[in-house]
Design a protein around this ligand. Structure first.
Ligand code: FRU
Length: 559
């Protein structure tokens, strides 16, 4: 008993002394520059920060505030509050903390070695700093592709969900813009899609300029909200939810225009019952503001994540079936259904299909209003970039084009790299019609390549394994298992007439592998050894052949 009492006293004493060393900080200022720089130390304890403008709580977030030397600075845009009294508050900071003395205004957003880090992927979208997960609001508007994304601007771990924003003319080079939609009374801003209201059904156009209208989940009450912009940069949020919570958790509204009925269609994920039943809920609307529930498609239960989170829904013509079009419904894990849609109800014909066998490719979305009529996708790729003092974490996949094709097993989705990627090709690095592979290492003369693209046909022949070594990462075709394997990631692949067609993209952060014209997509996130810039192929037990081998060194998007 006495022993217990002593330990209790010690415990209380520690608490008191900790409290005695901590205090709340507040700082007042009047913005006269564009940004406020906030010092971040990766892994430091999270502190709640509040920004009060004119006495109104306007931003709130947690931040791994650096008490001493920061790893990097987060940039909070403040010039919209020019001339107004702004107060920055933080609760319970060590009394000795230097954090507040380093907070300062800046006219430019220039800190850190942005884009120069050794871990920065060189042809994949990644946030300038902070954390990224799902792509959001993907839409072509006023001559540019707009990519919004789940973003933590104040740390490189998940949190403070805000819509980050970037634009591109070519899907490769991205201009980073200021964050578009910030947490508000509805909570942090979770995923969703965006459309251009070309016919002004919402009445939100100004001076004849149509609005870009974005839909997102408020993570406090799981309702669906709407924000819009006519300049593509500044957003306003509708003052109430457009779709209140249906049941339990629901989120990730994706909106499309259905021309035959001249109505908008919203699809989002709803959890049902007490057994974590996943489902996709459909609504329709004449004007983007008033929505009516129409139908539901059931997915998996619990860990069976078929039709869980982040729906994507669109129609495509089927290659090889003249005049036939089908609808595709997917969830975040990319399992999909193919079927028909009448404007209110999706009727699946084939369900729980999969094309993507990679690691950590999740929650992809496609562009609305794409000017060439293609269905182009970006997926969140959990590349391993949040290491050391790096200021950012994760990236997107390369842009992928979706197609539906007729196959012997049914109608299937393919993903292939968009044509725009060819602009990154340097001169052909290596080009050979036929290469015979054996157990001896084939060197190919590819000795110094950091970023690459490889296209070839592989005839495994009698080889039990074909080992394709990309800068130390082995992509192995296993003939007995009919599998491609890399770093434990496995994809089933079937040679057609004895051959596989392979298309491989190699960045610092891993490989994206496409097989048989996109019937299989296999992204493998491995940080490649900076010291290894060689590519070579060989076999185990038997000979194989590589035909039509093309290798291109790729240019960095930052050069
Ligand atoms: C998928 C997801 C979404 C959600 C978002 C939150 O990765 O969980 O369902 O809207 O991330 O960041």
């Amino acid at each position: 008993m006495i022993k217990k009492l002593t330990s209790l006293i010690v415990f209380i004493a520690v608490l008191v002394s900790v409290n005695a060393q901590e205090k709340s900080f507040a700082q007042y200022f009047t913005p006269d520059q564009k940004y406020l720089m906030l010092p971040v130390k990766n892994g430091a304890p999270k502190k709640n920060m509040e920004i009060w403008v004119d006495g109104v709580l306007t931003r709130y977030f947690d931040i791994e505030l650096a008490d001493a030397q920061p790893d990097w600075y987060a940039y909070l845009k403040v010039d919209q509050w020019k001339g107004k009294p702004v107060e920055v508050r933080v609760d319970k900071l060590a009394a000795t903390s230097k954090a507040f003395s380093t907070i300062r205004q800046s006219s430019l957003d220039t800190n850190t070695n942005a884009y120069g880090e050794s871990i920065r992927p060189q042809f994949h979208f990644s946030p300038k700093r902070g954390w990224v997960n799902d792509p959001n609001g993907m839409v072509y508007f006023n001559g540019a592709y707009h990519l919004f994304y789940q973003h933590n601007p104040y740390g490189r771990a998940w949190g403070n969900m805000t819509w980050g924003h970037a634009v591109s003319k070519d899907l490769l080079h991205w201009e980073h813009l200021d964050d578009a939609i910030h947490p508000d009374q509805g909570g942090t801003i979770f995923s969703g899609g965006a459309v251009v209201d070309s016919f002004n059904t919402s009445g939100l156009a100004t001076d004849g300029k149509p609005a870009m209208v974005a839909f997102h989940t408020g993570a406090k009450g799981w309702a669906q909200y709407m924000s819009w912009s006519t300049d593509g940069v500044n957003f306003q949020t509708w003052d109430k939810a457009v779709v209140p919570r249906v049941n339990k958790e629901n989120r990730d509204p994706k909106v499309i225009w259905y021309a035959p009925t001249k109505k908008w269609v919203m699809v989002f994920w709803v959890e049902r019952g007490d057994n974590e039943q996943h489902s996709m809920q459909f609504y329709t609307s004449p004007d983007l503001k008033n929505w009516t529930a129409t139908s539901t498609v059931m997915g998996g239960i619990g860990k069976d994540r078929y039709l869980f989170e982040c729906p994507e829904f669109y129609e495509l013509p089927v290659q090889g079936m003249t005049g036939v079009k089908k609808w595709v419904l997917t969830g975040a894990n990319t399992e999909y259904a193919v079927g028909t849609f009448d404007g209110t109800t999706f009727t699946p014909e084939e369900t729980k299909l999969q094309q993507q066998y990679g690691r950590d490719f999740y929650a992809p979305q496609t562009f609305s209003d794409e000017p060439t009529g293609r269905r182009i996708e970006l997926g969140w790729w959990r590349t391993k970039t949040g290491i050391g003092s790096s200021s950012f974490e994760h990236s997107m996949s390369i842009p992928l084009e979706h197609k539906l094709v007729k196959t012997a097993s049914g109608i299937r989705l393919t993903r292939t790299p968009v044509k725009e990627l060819e602009q990154l090709r340097g001169p052909v690095h290596f080009n050979k019609k036929t290469i015979s592979l054996s157990t001896a290492k084939q060197n190919f003369d590819i000795m110094d390549m950091e970023l690459g693209e490889f296209k070839f046909e592989l005839i495994p022949g009698k080889a039990s394994q074909v080992i394709m070594n990309f800068r130390g990462l082995e992509l192995v075709y296993d003939a007995a298992a009919k599998e491609l394997v890399a770093d434990g990631v496995k994809a089933p692949v079937t040679p057609v007439n004895g051959k596989l067609t392979l298309h491989v993209f190699m960045d610092r952060t891993g490989l994206e592998v496409f097989v048989n014209d996109g019937l299989v997509f296999m992204p493998v996130n491995v940080n490649l050894d900076p010291a290894n810039r060689t590519v070579n192929f060989s076999t185990k037990a038997g000979k194989a052949t590589v035909n039509k081998f093309e290798a291109y060194e790729l240019k960095s998007i930052y050069k």
